[in-house]
Write a protein that binds this ligand. Structure first.
Ligand code: 4NP
Length: 150
């Protein structure tokens, strides 16, 4: 799960998908990173933590990190939150770029539309709730898709 800072959106996506996968008994390796995580090791935004906790998802122990070129090889699927993330991932990936692995998270709800999950960084708690709901719906779709295939 990739966003810009690995502070607001992708920590939520990591926590929500892990929560759902664990409940479903799926042993997935789930992680998140930022294309510009300038303060590695920092905790998720307090409003991301707060909104997650309201929904019984705990993300307080996650630490932010920078996306690395070899993440493209290490993971089967890379989800980005917005168009800027998509092109930044492409740049970081360089010769490891694999378009089949990288997708907009929200395409799990609106296939092929390449919509953005907006950055709640500049707004208040309402934005974090909206972002939480979008990410939750997309992660639910990922789970459903994989349960149907197994
Ligand atoms: P995120 O949000 O990409 O969802 O983690 C942001 C976090 C930090 C900054 C911008 C967006 N920043 O400018 O530091």
């Amino acid at each position: 799960m990739v966003c810009l800072g690995n502070i607001c959106r992708s920590p939520l996506a990591e926590g929500i998908l892990r929560h759902k996968a664990t409940k479903a008994g799926l042993n997935w390796l789930i992680d998140s990173a930022g294309t510009a995580a300038h303060n590695p090791g920092c905790s998720p935004h307090f409003l991301s933590q707060q909104v997650a906790r309201i929904n019984d998802v705990e993300i307080g122990k996650q630490k932010c990190r920078q996306l690395l070129k070899n993440d493209i090889e290490r993971f089967d699927k890379i989800y980005v939150m917005d168009e800027e993330n998509y092109y930044d991932v492409k740049q970081i990936a360089g010769n490891k770029w694999d378009a089949a692995k990288v997708d907009y998270l929200i395409n799990e709800i609106y296939p092929g539309e390449n919509r953005d999950i907006f950055d709640p960084w500049y707004g208040g708690v309402d934005g974090f709730h909206k972002v939480y709901d979008l990410i939750d719906e997309a992660c639910e779709a990922i789970l459903r898709k994989n349960m149907n295939h197994s």
